[in-house]
Design a protein around this ligand. Sequence first.
Ligand code: AGP
Length: 623
Amino acid sequence: MCGIIGYTGTKRDVVKVLINGLKRLEYRGYDSCGSAVLNCEGKIELDRVKGRVDLLVQRVLEKNYKNVSCGIAHTRWATHGIPAEENAHPHTDCRNEIVVVHNGIIENYLELKTELNKHDFKSETDTEVIPHLIEELINQNLRKEVIIKSEFLQPVFFKAFIDVVSKLKGSFALAVMWSKVPGVILAARRFSPLVIGVGEEEFFVSSDVAGFLEYTKKTYFVDDDEIVFLDPKNIAFFDINGKKKNKEISLISWDIKMAEKGGYRHFMIKEIFEQDIGFENTIMRRVLPVDSNLFERETGISDNDLKSFSHIHFVGCGTAYHACLCGKYLFESFGIAADADLASEFPYRQNVLDKNALVCVITQSGETADTLEAVRIAKRNGNKIFAIVNVVGSTVSREANWVLYTHCGPEIAVASTKAFTSQLAALYVLLLHIAYKRDKLLITKAREYAKELIEIPKVIRKIFKSEEYIKKIVDDVSDKNDFLYTARGINYPIALEGALKLKEISYLHAEGYAAGEMKHGPIAIINEGMPVVAISLSTSDLELMRSNIEEVKARGAKVIALCDDVSSKYVRADWKIIVPKVSEWFSPVTSVIPLQIFAYYVAFKKGLDIDKPRNLAKSVTVK
Ligand code: AGP
């Protein structure tokens, strides 16, 4: 996701603080960056580049800005608008007097933009509505003040900012400057992280403490719907209505490395615990109203395209392939013919590929060689390509006919976690609109499905609470070298995914198997004390899963059952991880997260390099 850094103070070289901060935030992943500094003549100096921070540094240092009172800077991870200089932050108002940096997604930016039709927009981003909105409100407020005295400008700026923040829907961490009030930075936060560093007559604002930890360990953690006022000598916190608040200061004990991971030991566990936000950002603005053209607006795919394909053919690699398998079960459960292939096996199908099939490729990086080849084979065959991708502007996203981006932010750890649940989120959105448009889902049912989908991030947050219990299971099985994961139906891909997670970061042998297959061979490997992870939620196959569990228990297995609060009453197991009950088609989300946490702590106990496992790369760009 994006990174913000800002500084106001008289002790340091503002440009240097911003550059150091951007460098400390590079780990978050980005495709463009920019900075804005305010000089004492009241002029905003704006620099933005598509590319690395080093390119921005070269440009800014060449300009040798002097007498700078404050500044804000940003690393952008593209969500709305391709990676390009004009889409990089900071964004400005019409007169380049107001500058804003933002991390998050403004859900109602299109509606807000309609209120600003006299304004000159220069980018495709949702963020750009913010400086123009502030400009509009300042102008309205100034018109009321007959005599414009400088002491009015600060409260006018503050009032306009408060009013704009209360208009915004979605997620944001913001920092804003206005050239008429040198030294002042206003900030606000909702869902996206924001922290304030406290120095001697100086303040820092950042997406995480890594941005300023080299200067100070004194920090305020900004809460949701809080507003912050900063100038070199003052800091104040307010609620969304402008009422002043008191806050406790924290002293950070992390080193820089830990700070980059938000206090977590590894990116993987940080990303596991970001899945609620990734899921929420992926479904945001894409679900309701179902009976509208919002899906076409978001992806460009027409209703006719959604209705005319013969069947949907999912293609992907690794974890993304497991999402493809979930997609197959999902679409088939709604009566829509579907298939799923490993991208590396897809070439062997090309002679029988129906050119009227919609080929849906799923890929986090958008650069996986096997997946890219599958796209090219399908296009040569005359198929249309729908891509579910995380990286905006990646090769697959550019070669597909339509793209639905997952908005989980950059995934740093090699083992894919938040990208996977965001791929599921994208599949739920795609299914909703295709099933509705193809009359497989009546509007009333579609709205029910959509309402449950919107609640899933809250369910994910409940599942996070099982972490301590899962750690106890890890202690109990830490001496084992062979694990079996088993499930049925839509959770069979989750058995495969759980086994892959354990394999790739702990180097232990783990297999995922369809539970119905056990008696056709795999049950022979069960020996005394062998851990068997059985996904046994209260879905249509619970009774069958219950007897599969009895079969392996009878042969000495140590059963780790993944249950919900209903199925846990019917299942005998050595350990029961209980997750909230959801509709069957949403159960892959609730079943995969405990298995990710389990795999992480098994590898953690073995002291392995969890973020960079041996022999693996984050993106396999070779065949
Ligand atoms: C999953 O944990 C692995 N990192 C790997 O299987 C990955 O999912 C696969 O290489 C596909 O990558 P992509 O989503 O970037 O195409």
